[in-house]
Design a protein around this ligand. Sequence first.
Ligand SMILES: Cc1cc2nc3c(=O)[nH]c(=O)nc-3n(C[C@H](O)[C@H](O)[C@H](O)COP(=O)(O)O)c2cc1C
Length: 217
Amino acid sequence: MTDRPVWKSGVTLAVIAAICTALVALTFQLTAQRITDNEKAFLERNLQPALAGLFFDSPVTESRLTIPQPHELPGTESAIVYRVYASEEPVAALFVVSARDGYAGPIRLLIGVAMDGSITGVRVLEHRETPGLGDRVETTKSDWILQFDGRSLRDPEPGNWKIRGDGGSFDQLTGASITPRAIVKAVKATLTYFAANRDALFTAPADPVDDDSGDED
Ligand SMILES: Cc1cc2nc3c(=O)[nH]c(=O)nc-3n(C[C@H](O)[C@H](O)[C@H](O)COP(=O)(O)O)c2cc1C
């Protein structure tokens, strides 16, 4: 053993390293597709509540459009839009945007808008609001966010897209008006963007399908 040349040990180590690298690469190849499929299924499931009552037959995640900054949607990061179709006709757009002025930071929102500009659903995807106060915007805590269903810039008029405490039409949350104020403002801005960009949104090419990172923020 003591006479074994150094180069032989080096070669042995190199072979072991090469085998390990090949094993890792193989494992990645085998699991990557499954991870992509799982992520897609997760997204499809989580997008559904914002499309309540809407018939569609397209895989939502395959029509993703990333809108980089600068844009006029709420939030300081890229916005994401999923285009939704029935028999290849556009029926709705699902926006992932951020209300930037929540009490404890940005509130990530999913906002579904039908072609006539009415809301199919709004859900909070991510937030850091206070438990018992701002977190009542989650559907598991209260029905507050359901009040957007079916509303549009015609109902109420744009000037009334405020919480009641500010003279508007939307219920607030007792002792926590900052969170609802931020969400009402973001939903209104999204509807305004949709009204101005509806046709362009549906003609823009989708993100590459195999781009599964989902983290454009
Ligand atoms: C520790 C702490 C946490 C709070 N968290 C929130 C919150 O998550 N959302 C919110 O709107 N207001 C929150 N507030 C309350 C705001 O400071 C503010 O008083 C409130 O939003 C005003 O609501 P009102 O107009 O109903 O009084 C919090 C206050 C404290 C002291």
